[in-house]
Design a protein around this ligand. Structure first.
Ligand SMILES: [Fe+2]
Length: 225
């Protein structure tokens, strides 16, 4: 890993353990099988991209700054890669994620103002990671939960420099809410829908049932670097 700004050493261990468990060797081959890559479809940003960023925007959404109490939820090690349209890893890409807390409340005043008593104040709600030369990213977060009208999902935005490259959402494979969700169903191409619907698996090396999920993001553009 090569983003020390976002990845203190304690988390580096978590990152490497989770990646070993969930990364497919397919993606370790630079530019291999480019013709088989399915582009990650764009999805709506939705109304809850944080209107005020949290004080802590690192890649550990379970702990805000030096708090002791972690967020409530199923701990998930979320790994992945950002690839360009030819399958090459994209470095210096900013991966942003945001999602509601374990009680279904977003870090956005339009949502949280009405739900102050429900809100999990220990959940960071938003995080960032800058990719290195391998294009990999890592977050520690919670398994997303449903909220009224939506199946569980994590929002993603990929940027490079001043450019927004992709905004999308990631879903839980096999979740009963998916086929009822208008936004998930809105992706008509089955391969593209599969590309944003990922397995949340128990990590073998975790004694407390922590989960791993791996989401490879394939951009439809060939970025400048
Ligand atoms: Fe959402």
């Amino acid at each position: 890993m090569s983003s020390p700004l976002y990845l203190p050493s304690r988390r580096l261990f978590l990152a490497s353990a989770a990646m070993t468990a969930t990364m497919s060797p397919f993606w370790t081959v630079r530019g291999a099988y480019a013709e088989e890559l399915t582009r990650t479809p764009a999805q709506t940003e939705g109304p809850f991209y944080p209107n005020k960023l949290p004080l802590d925007t690192d890649n550990d959404l379970l702990i805000i700054n030096d708090n002791i109490t972690p967020a409530v939820g199923d701990v998930t090690h979320l790994t992945g890669k950002v690839l360009d349209s030819k399958g090459n890893p994209l470095k210096n890409a900013v991966v942003e994620i945001w999602q509601c807390d374990g009680n279904g409340v977003y870090l956005h005043t339009a949502d949280s103002d009405k739900k102050k008593d429900k809100q999990d104040k220990n959940f960071q709600g938003f995080g960032r990671f800058v990719t290195g030369s391998t294009g990999e990213y890592y977050f520690r977060t919670i398994k997303p939960v449903p909220y009224p009208g939506r199946t569980p999902h994590i929002h993603f935005k990929i940027k490079q420099g001043r450019k927004d490259l992709l905004t999308t959402q990631m879903y839980i494979k096999g979740h009963e809410g998916n086929p009822k969700d208008g936004i998930w169903k809105g992706v008509k191409d089955e391969k593209q829908r599969d590309a944003i619907t990922v397995d949340f698996k128990k990590l073998k090396e975790s004694k407390t049932g922590e989960l791993g999920a791996n989401f490879v993001i394939v951009l439809g553009v060939t970025p400048s670097e």
